[in-house]
Design a protein around this ligand. Structure first.
Ligand code: GN1
Ligand code: MG
Length: 413
């Protein structure tokens, strides 16, 4: 495990003021577990030091390519006056002492300027009720601004930071492998993706590492069983967005890839959206994936780790507010894409549920557990998303009505 002394010596490779203090960062995400907060110099300027997790990001240099492409596109657009009045902030990479944008030592380490004066939330429950819809509106507006600022990135030329990411088919195939208890690549060869690069990046998550007795206990857990059945029942629905893309009905766009509420920063004073951080998963796909991920993380006000499933509901006011915020700001969309917006939310919710579920069943190889995490964390996360998916299905008529109310605000192409 990383010690603070190790982290300090890594931080020393970056061009920051001396002396500096370093501590583990509480607000880290689920993947890059080695994240530290550095405060440097007499003014205690804050930076985040982070290792790109090589167990998940096999091609960490690609992560940096995507991140840099996003940063450059945002900066250039702002410079040209796009969204200039919004006060939007772009994440900034701090160079190393030898002028590079990252440092290699047991993986890729990068340092980012901490955007001061901002706050973020893991879920809307951190805000009082009357401020939740306001924040949802701001998040919707934030994604539309981000999309406008990065619209210049040519999706076709952009490498995929994480091959296999947001590939619904692969996630369901991994669930099958976990349910069957696959322990070698040979056993599961028929399920592995054909593309060499994608296969290399994802194959380890087709293998179960939990002891067989433990895996069986997890698979047959009566509490989890109904959720496994729901996931399997809706496989075709989950694949519908993939099909629409493969059939050319929706465009490929450069996406952010991780648009949960946690990654949006708000001005601590005004509450206005200021930035969209975590640029690890910039890749060509469809903006509907970002839309779906954002909405699923907002409307479940209780958050991703809620153990009381009765609290996992679709907040209708939040749904309406994020839709309005997004559609009143977005610049372009096609009619086919707009029509798929409610479905996209369902798809990304179920997809994430399946990702947590298969990971729990095989032994937590992807969403690795931190030392303080409960052993059943991925089970809880899976149940939350699959429960939310069911609530979203029930809510579909209302979602369609909300869409109809705001859809004419966005210019279609
Ligand atoms: C992961 O690592 P973090 O917290 O930024 C995951 C997302 C999930 C999210 C759920 C690369 O994001 O896909 O939606 O957890 N990122 C990756 O909280 O898998
Ligand atoms: Mg992320």
């Amino acid at each position: 495990m990383l010690s603070l002394d190790d982290a300090r010596s890594i931080a020393n490779h970056f061009h920051i003021e001396q002396p500096f203090e370093i501590e583990f960062f509480e607000g880290r995400g689920n993947i890059n577990l080695d994240t530290l907060l550095v405060s440097a110099g007499p003014e205690k300027r804050a930076y985040l030091l982070q290792r790109v997790n090589p167990d998940v990001f096999a091609l960490a240099d690609r992560v940096m390519t995507g991140m840099i492409a996003s940063i450059e596109a945002q900066k250039q657009s702002l410079h040209q006056g796009i969204a200039a009045e919004t006060g939007w902030q772009v994440p900034e990479l701090i160079p190393t002492k030898d002028g590079r944008l990252y440092h290699e030592e047991g993986g890729i380490w990068r340092m980012m300027l901490y955007i001061e004066g901002t706050v973020s939330y893991k879920s809307l429950s951190e805000l009082p009720k009357h401020r939740q819809t306001e924040a949802a509106y701001e998040v919707g507006r934030g994604l539309a601004i981000y999309n406008d600022l990065t619209a210049g990135i040519e999706a076709e030329t952009l490498p995929t930071a994480l091959p296999g990411y947001r590939n619904t088919r692969i996630y369901f195939d991994q669930l099958d492998a976990a349910l069957e208890g696959c322990r070698s690549l040979e056993e599961t060869a028929h399920r592995l993706p054909e593309d060499d690069e994608v296969r290399a990046a994802v194959e380890k998550h087709f293998i179960c590492i939990a002891e067989e007795q433990e895996r069986l206990a997890r698979v047959n857990d009566p509490e989890l069983q109904p959720f496994i059945q729901t996931a399997l029942k809706y496989r075709d629905l989950a694949l519908s967005m993939t099909s629409a893309r493969e059939e050319g009905k929706i465009r490929y766009t450069a996406i952010h890839g991780d648009t949960k509420i946690e990654n949006f920063l708000f001005d601590a004073q005004s509450g206005q959206v200021m930035a969209l951080v975590d640029l690890d998963t910039v890749m060509p796909l469809t903006w509907l994936a970002d839309w779906g991920d954002m909405v699923r993380s907002l409307v479940n006000v209780a958050g991703e780790k809620e153990r009381d499933l009765a609290k996992v509901q679709v907040d209708k006011d939040v749904y309406a507010a994020v839709t309005e915020g997004f559609l009143s700001t977005a610049s372009t969309a096609t009619e086919e894409e707009i029509a798929l917006m409610p479905r996209a939310v369902q798809v990304i919710t179920l997809e994430l549920g399946v990702r947590f579920l298969s990971d729990y069943l095989r032994g937590d190889t992807y969403f690795q557990l931190g030392v303080n995490d409960p052993r059943d964390l991925n089970k809880v996360r899976a149940m939350v998303q699959i429960q939310l998916f069911e609530r979203l299905l029930e809510h579909e008529p209302e979602a369609n009505a909300i869409l109809e109310a705001y859809a004419d605000q966005v210019p279609t192409i």
